[in-house]
Write a protein that binds this ligand. Structure first.
Ligand SMILES: [Zn+2]
Length: 429
């Protein structure tokens, strides 16, 4: 939606009326600014009024096609909002932590999105609190507000306020949004980064008895830590099976386990399901406990480097003729070999060090201490942008874009390569 609004504004629209797919109006946000704006974010806020109507009203409007008046009220300000953070200290490396988080604010009553998630965080805090002697590292649990009305303002604030601590010490972060909803019996839409995929799948299998399918996180939810280079898994957990959704003639929505009441006044108590919630609570508690208690961090960067190579080669197909990608390719070979060797007996501290540059180059365009806007950010975004511009922008501009993308990738790979060769000399002595 923010991309559509920006595009309409650019093309001179005076206002926008969005027609929803059905009878219901799902609330949404149309600013691309991630969290509280900084000075560059100020200029990106939408300036036109935007409203949503349901399908029947929309159809009528289209039929009439006359003039329409839009009246909206806009209230923006910096406000103090609650951010609740609890911490259970780990035994052997208390400064390192697993961050489990979800949003406390909701649209309307918001039972499925996100009271069930908030209850899950509370239950995980209780269960892990009772098992705190088994935690090697700390567990931080955060309930953000400002998710819906501040575009992830709570988590973005935390990322800015605690940037260096997160960058140095956060092992992995785990988002919890809309678990335990009615008819949510499958794990087919789970987010994970490549390095956490195996771990996340294993957790779903072990704690629920089900198989999981998923994909890399989209630029959404409170995933506010990509620029800092922190790995993540989960966001949505269980959802309604696609087959059931189709059978009922429902369209896809972004929360409430796929229940159509998402982001409407109808997201009330009957959207939650006791058994599903209990199952999802077990999953979150189990996964966070493992991440904080097992000897080894839940990360495998061999998978990340494989993914990086696939995406790189996909774009290189377009860009090879514009810039020399030979060195990037041979650095990728080196890093692939070195990561394989490293992961035979990986050291936790080095895992975090190699993860930061890899995640940044794969997931973010902006620098480490900034936030990319809430717009689609494809994997390896600098390369994606250069490749998408071929044939649409002057060759000189595409070449410059590709050169900068290449330099950034080479620099990230060199950093990883340096850490791993140091690692090797340490392990040999
Ligand atoms: Zn949510």
């Amino acid at each position: 939606m923010p991309a559509r609004v920006a595009e309409l504004e650019r093309r001179g629209a005076l206002g926008a009326v969005f027609i929803q797919p059905g009878e219901r109006i799902h609330e949404g946000i149309c600013t691309p600014v991630w969290g509280s704006p900084d000075t560059s974010g100020l200029g990106r806020e939408p300036r036109i009024p935007v409203v949503s109507v349901n399908r029947p009203d929309g159809n009528e409007l289209v039929e009439r096609l006359g003039t329409a008046t839009i009246e909206t009220e806009l209230d923006t300000a910096w406000r103090r909002i609650p951010v609740v953070v609890a911490e259970l200290r780990g035994r052997s490396e208390p400064e390192r932590f697993v961050l489990l988080h979800g949003h406390l604010d909701s649209w309307h009553v918001g039972v499925g999105d996100n009271a069930t998630g908030d209850a899950t965080l509370l239950e995980v805090a209780r269960v892990l609190g009772a098992a705190r002697d088994s935690l090697e590292r700390s567990v931080r649990i955060a309930w953000w507000s400002g998710h819906s009305h501040g575009r992830y303002a709570g988590s973005a604030w935390y990322a800015a306020e605690h940037a260096l601590d997160i960058e140095q010490n956060c092992v992995v972060h785990v988002n919890c949004d809309s678990p335990g909803c009615r008819d949510a019996t499958v794990y087919e839409d789970v987010y994970w980064m490549a390095e956490t995929e195996d771990f996340a799948k294993r957790c779903v299998r072990d704690f629920t008895g089900l198989e999981a399918r998923g994909r890399q996180p989209l630029r959404a939810g409170d995933i506010s830590f990509n620029n800092l280079g922190v790995s993540t898994f989960f966001m949505l957990s269980s959802t309604m099976p696609d087959s059931l959704r189709r059978e009922r003639g429902l369209y896809a929505v972004g929360g409430c386990g796929g229940n159509i009441e998402w982001h409407t006044e109808a997201d009330t108590l009957e959207i939650a399901d006791r058994d599903n919630l209990l199952r999802d609570m077990r999953l979150y508690a189990g996964a966070v406990h493992r991440a904080a208690a097992e000897d080894r961090y839940p990360l495998d960067f061999r998978a990340t480097v494989r993914q990086l190579r696939t995406v790189f080669e996909f774009h290189a197909h377009e860009l090879d003729k514009l810039v020399d990608l030979g060195r990037a390719r041979s650095l990728l070979d080196d890093v692939e070999t070195a990561t394989k060797r490293f992961h035979d007996s990986p050291r936790n501290a080095s895992m975090l060090e190699i993860g930061r540059p890899l995640i940044r180059v794969l997931y973010a365009r902006e620098g480490p201490y900034r936030q990319d806007p809430a717009l689609e950010v494809p994997l390896l975004p600098d390369f994606a942008r250069a490749a998408a511009a071929v044939g649409h922008a002057p060759d000189g501009a595409v070449r410059m874009e590709a050169l900068r993308a290449r330099n950034r990738l080479e620099s990230a790979l060199l950093a990883v390569s340096r850490i791993l060769s140091h690692e090797r000399s340490v392990s040999r002595t």
